[in-house]
Write a protein that binds this ligand. Structure first.
Ligand code: ZN
Length: 446
């Protein structure tokens, strides 16, 4: 290997190339399995338990923000915790049981314990007639309500009867919990990854993003870094708004960012651009996906989706896009019990992680260089840089890359500019730039 090992990105590229893909797939999937049973919400012990488990793998700084704290136009809500929930018929049989699935209770339900008729129960039931065997995931964070989610088949079987409904939950002054993993680099400028941690037993929506983020943080912790990295694990919406309200100074350091969510389903990888549309991260991800040879989609920003809504609100307008596979709401299993351990695949999780690593490699490796022999081409053959045989395949694209880098390195084009214009993979462009540096034909422009 002739690559310059003193350059960070070469190390990172080596990490990616030498990954044991099967082992990484098992690790990513096992983490989803481990976190799956926990009943999470936007506050409460489920979030803490999730962070405790993640904290066994990466260094986390946990912040607890008291209920009632004003965060921009919002206030941190009371903390919700649930112990049990069920609907019993008059024979005492539990026909809906929180112990069987945490999706059965409307998330953030107020406590209730009473006997009611079927007609009184019906407005508190949620099912999906089109998908009679799936349980929907429903929440009521900001309007006090109680309810049960069940399969439509269960619901249609309900008879006129007296039902005992019980939700043993508490909504009390407490805290909203979030966590950060910060990996300092040579620069204070930050690459920012955010994923939500507020969904209960759902795999693709929520757990896939968490799992990819944790492995990515573990891998980056082992490599030299030009940028600093911040991984944020927060409850959706209110968590992101709370973090922004408490960290306005920090947001100024965010140079590139991605929301990670929905990264485990078998669909094609999808990138949703930041509100800026042409931020460096937008160009980096587009380049990585376009040169990957894999099917992919690139979509424009819209103020609908995950926490990019907050990061890209006009008062922040951060360069933060969204990396997912099938976008939220575009797969039938979304927000139902069918977003389970069968929907997410080790291979999809691994592919998402590799794409994220490739994105980081470009971000880390991008820079501006100046050709030190700009008058005519330098004689490459004499330096052993140019095949005497007329190249083909890989060596040909390497030689094209040499000429592109020498030609466009005039102190104003970045390596990403050159990769885009030449349509050659960034990795090839960067390796060639490193080689030209070793031969003193190129110098980095500060
Ligand atoms: Zn969701």
């Amino acid at each position: 290997m002739s690559t310059n090992t003193s350059m960070n990105p070469a190390e990172l590229a080596d990490v990616r190339r030498h990954l044991d893909v099967a082992a990484i797939g098992s690790e990513l999937y096992a983490r989803v399995e481990r976190l799956y049973p926990i009943c999470r919400s936007i506050t409460g012990h489920g979030v803490r338990e999730t962070l405790r488990l993640i904290g066994q793998e990466i260094d986390l700084a946990i912040t607890e923000v008291p209920s009632g704290t004003q965060v921009f136009d919002w206030a941190v809500p009371p903390e919700w915790n649930i112990r049990d929930g069920y609907v019993k018929n008059s024979s005492g049989e539990k026909i809906v049981d929180f112990a069987a699935s945490n999706l059965h209770v409307l998330n953030y339900s107020i406590p209730v314990h009473r006997k009611i008729t079927l007609a009184e129960l019906q407005p508190h039931l949620f099912s999906i007639p089109d998908r009679p065997d799936w349980v929907p995931y429903k929440t009521s964070y900001y309007s006090p309500n109680w309810g049960f989610c069940l399969t439509d088949r269960q619901r249609q079987a309900l008879k006129d009867d007296e039902y005992e409904v019980c939700i043993d939950a508490s909504l009390e002054d407490g805290h909203l919990t979030f966590a950060e993993c910060v990996l300092p680099g040579q620069s204070d400028s930050e690459v920012f990854f955010s994923c939500h941690i507020c969904h209960p037993s759902l795999c693709n929506d929520n757990l896939s993003g968490i799992s990819v983020a944790v492995t990515l943080a573990k891998l980056l912790a082992r490599t030299a870094r030009k940028y600093s990295y911040r991984f944020l694990f927060i409850p959706g919406t209110i968590g992101a708004i709370t973090w922004l309200a408490l960290n306005e100074e920090t947001t100024r350091k965010i140079t590139h960012g991605l929301v990670l969510s929905g990264l485990g389903d078998p669909g094609r990888i999808t990138y949703k651009r930041s509100r800026r549309a042409n931020a460096e991260i937008d160009r980096v991800v587009a380049h990585v996906l376009q040169t990957s040879g894999d099917p992919h989609d690139i979509q424009d920003f819209s103020p609908y989706g995950y926490d990019e809504r907050q990061y890209c609100s006009p008062g922040f307008n951060l360069p933060v896009g969204v990396l997912s596979r099938t976008p939220h709401g575009r797969y039938p299993e979304y927000h139902t019990s069918a977003d389970n351990l069968d929907l997410v695949r080790p291979a999809s999780l691994t592919d998402s992680l590799l794409k994220a690593l490739s994105i980081v490699e470009v971000v880390e490796g991008n820079g501006v260089y100046t050709n030190r022999n700009p008058k005519g081409e330098p004689q490459l053959g004499r330096r052993g840089l140019y095949s005497t045989m007329g190249g083909h395949g890989d060596s040909r694209s390497r030689e094209e890359a040499l000429l592109w880098v020498l030609n466009l390195s005039d102190g104003s084009h970045t390596l990403l500019d050159i990769a885009e214009r030449s349509q050659l993979p960034f990795d090839v462009i960067r390796q060639v730039a490193s080689t030209l540096q070793q031969h003193e034909l190129l110098s980095e422009t500060s």
